[in-house]
Structure formats: structure tokens, C-alpha cells
Write a protein that binds this ligand. Structure first.
Ligand code: PLP
Length: 397
């Protein structure tokens, strides 16, 4: 993996800032930008409607993008394009038919996007059981197993924590859920950009991810549905493109992904997302993981030399992804972020990271944490610049 060559693919990096906030959204390579531009420059027509040749070309390109994403995830089901990961999770929350007494098992580790859609169902008589995670982001699997009973309709769990970077053993958890015939939804927003995700091997029913965090355009997300039928999952919105026939007595719904993508979709975004997974596949997810492990290991070793710094997340690098959260005694997290931006043009994220329960009840950090999230275009030299500024912050704390 030639890091300089990779960096040259990302036009924004030429502005001279250090981007350590890929957990929020990733930068976009030129190939993705060009694909979108090509659509707008040459063929910005609709899909699946017209019989004219531009429409056929674009329809094929949009369908091909689904196929690329399907292959990227080794998916044994349909891939739906959404506007983000949050929408993908909401499609499942709104689409399943819930009965009073149904149970959803989830955890304190979750991002609000994998909590609020479930907590919102409590008013319909659904029980939500929240399993505590440990402070390093690991989960007691026996406790989780004990919570999954015959009333459990769904287990909803993050593949990787957006605060602690811990990688959750989703394959084992899916097996546990399947023993009780429960459905499994995995929030892969922070895993899909960094790890090789094999949905066939995991065996889950739903997998949600953010296209925009995995080099895709903003306004893109992904939902994998293993059994994509309207009987099992009602589309949240229906309209143009949802039906193959309509009489006054009967609606005949389309099959496959289009039933969940009613109306004119984000065509340029979808095609751009296809280019993003091409880019990731060309580099190789194993290579990306290797590079990130080197960066994280280096960063953590340096952070450990500061006595006022507390590092969050698991010690075991095998279950750590590209996120490193930390606090500095006496310096609020937002202050760290502002100083890094002012002095080093370094972009990090600070605060609660939309994981309120984790922060409030597990980490108990009143100001949240400072979060450095790394990706394939980051370098050891950038980490050194960050550490130099942190040294001063720690000294003056
Ligand atoms: C773990 C996790 N889940 C869900 C989301 C929501 O993703 P999106 O902004 O694509 O809706 C995020 C975003 O940061 C996340 O980190």
C-alpha cells in the first residue's frame, strides 16, 4: 500500500490539514468525485423510468453499483441504498410488525441511531432490554445470551463502537440470537469502512452502514436485508417504482431492492458509492486494516507516555478498530479539539459522539472524550504532529 499515492487520490488533503475525523465522515477519493461529476456532466437523467438510451445507461450503472456493494459485503440478500446508516436502521424499525410483548435486546455501547428507533417502540408495548458493556467497550456474552429469550424478536448491536473502537463478536452474537429464532440487526457504520465484512459468514438478517464513512458521497448509506419481501418488512415509504401493477383491488409490489427505494433515488450518490467500494477493493481491506493497526498502535504508545491522559477502548489490538478516544485531566474534550484545530489544523471530534448512554452510565465523563479516528490516508507523521501539540496541552493542564 503506497500511502503517498493514496494521499494524492484525495484532493482535500492538498489543503494541508490533518483529518482525524473519518469516524464522522470520510474524505472522498477523486475516482468517486469524478464518477459523480461524470453523471452530472454527461447523463443526469432518471433511472428505471425512460426507455431512452441515457436512462438505460444510468439505470444499468445504478444497478451495477448495488451489485458492487453486494459483492463488497459478500451479501447473500439484497442491498438497499439509503441516505445514511440512520435511515437504514429506521427502515427496519418501522418495517417490522411489532406485537405487544416483543423484546429487543441491545446495549449501552450503541450510537443513538441504533437506540432511539428501538426505544421509540416502547410506547407500542415493545420491551427493550439494554445490556451494559464494560468500560473498554467489550460485552459480557453470557449476560447477552441470558437476555435473549423466546420473546426476543430482534438483537440490535454495533459491529464496532464509534467511541471506544471495540470490535464486537457479531458472528457469535448472531449464532446466539438464531438459537432463539431472533432477528439480528448489525450497525456497521464504524466497521464497514475498516474491516472485511462477510455477511454470509456473519449470518445476520440486517446490516446497516454509512456509505459516506467508507469513501462514498455524503447522503449515502446501505441496508442489507437477507429476506427482502414486503410480507416480512414493510417499506417505510412507497410510491413511484414500488409497484409493477395497480388496480382498484390490488397492488402488485416490485421485488428486490427497488421496493425500499421508492421515488427518484440519489442516483449520483449511488453510482459514487459503487466507485468507493471499487477503490476500497482495489487497495484491499486487509491492507487498510494493517495500516490502521500500525497507526493506532503508534498513537496509543505515544499517548501512554503522558500521565494525565486516559485512553479508552480495549487493550487487545485484535479487537480495536480505527478509533482512539482519550481524555486529559483538567482539560475539557472540546477544548482539546479547539486547540488542535487552532495550532495544528488538526480535525478531531469531541464530546459524546451521539452515544449518550455509553458516556453517561459507563464512561461517566461529564465532558465526553476527544476522539481521533484514523483511516487509510493518515500517516505516522501526522500522528507525530498531533502528539507534539498534545504534549503542550498536557504540560499546561
Ligand atoms: C456506530 C454508528 N452508528 C450509526 C451512525 C449514524 O450514521 P449516519 O450518520 O450515516 O446516519 C454513526 C455515525 O457516526 C455511528 O458511528
Amino acid at each position: 500500500m503506497d500511502i503517498e499515492e493514496i494521499r494524492n487520490d484525495f484532493p482535500q488533503l492538498s489543503q494541508g490539514f490533518i483529518y482525524f475525523d473519518s469516524g464522522s465522515t470520510s474524505l472522498k477519493p477523486r475516482s468517486v468525485i469524478n464518477k459523480m461529476k461524470e453523471y452530472y456532466d454527461t447523463s443526469s437523467v432518471s433511472i428505471g423510468r425512460g426507455l431512452h438510451s441515457p436512462s438505460t445507461i444510468v439505470t444499468n450503472a445504478y444497478e451495477k453499483a448495488h451489485e458492487k456493494v453486494r459483492a463488497f459485503f459478500s451479501a447473500n440478500g439484497d442491498i438497499i441504498f439509503t441516505k445514511n446508516c440512520t435511515e437504514a436502521i429506521n427502515i427496519v424499525a418501522h418495517g417490522l410488525t411489532w406485537n405487544k410483548g416483543d423484546k429487543i435486546v441491545t446495549t449501552y455501547l450503541e450510537h443513538n441511531s441504533n437506540l432511539l428507533p428501538w426505544l421509540n417502540l416502547i410506547s407500542s408495548g415493545v420491551k427493550v432490554e439494554l445490556i451494559k458493556c464494560r468500560a473498554d467497550g467489550t460485552i459480557n456474552l453470557n449476560e447477552l445470551k441470558g437476555a435473549i429469550d423466546e420473546n426476543t424478536r430482534l438483537v440490535a448491536i454495533a459491529h464496532t463502537s464509534n467511541v471506544l473502537g471495540s470490535i464486537v463478536p457479531v458472528e457469535d452474537i448472531t449464532k446466539m440470537a438464531k438459537e432463539k429464532n431472533a432477528l439480528v440487526l448489525i450497525d456497521g457504520a464504524q466497521a464497514a469502512p475498516h474491516l472485511k465484512v462477510d455477511l454470509k459468514a456473519i449470518g445476520c438478517d440486517f446490516y446497516a452502514a454509512s456509505g459516506h464513512k467508507m469513501l462514498g458521497p455524503s447522503g449515502t448509506g446501505v441496508l442489507f436485508i437477507r429476506d427482502c419481501t414486503v410480507e416480512k418488512l414493510k417499506p417505510m415509504i412507497i410510491g413511484g417504482g414500488s409497484a409493477t401493477d395497480l388496480t382498484l383491488d390490488k397492488i402488485t409490489y416490485t421485488t428486490g431492492y427497488s421496493i425500499f427505494e421508492a421515488g427518484t433515488p440519489n442516483i449520483a450518490g449511488g453510482i459514487g458509492l459503487g466507485a468507493a467500494v471499487d477503490y476500497l477493493t482495489d487497495i484491499g481491506m486487509d491492507q487498510i486494516r494493517k495500516h490502521e493497526l500500525e497507526l493506532i498502535g503508534y498513537l496509543i504508545d505515544k499517548l501512554r507516555t503522558f500521565d494525565k491522559v486516559k485512553i479508552y477502548g480495549p487493550d487487545d489490538m485484535n479487537i480495536r478498530s480505527g478509533v482512539v478516544s482519550f481524555t486529559i485531566k483538567g482539560v475539557p474534550a472540546h477544548r482539546i479539539a479547539i486547540i488542535l484545530d487552532d495550532l495544528g489544523k488538526i480535525a478531531i471530534r469531541s464530546g459524546f459522539h451521539c452515544a449518550f448512554l455509553l458516556n453517561r452510565y459507563i464512561l461517566k465523563e461529564p465532558d465526553g472524550t476527544a476522539r481521533v479516528s484514523l483511516y487509510l490516508y493518515n500517516t505516522l507523521q501526522e500522528v507525530d504532529i498531533l502528539i507534539d501539540i498534545l504534549k503542550d496541552i498536557v504540560k499546561n493542564a
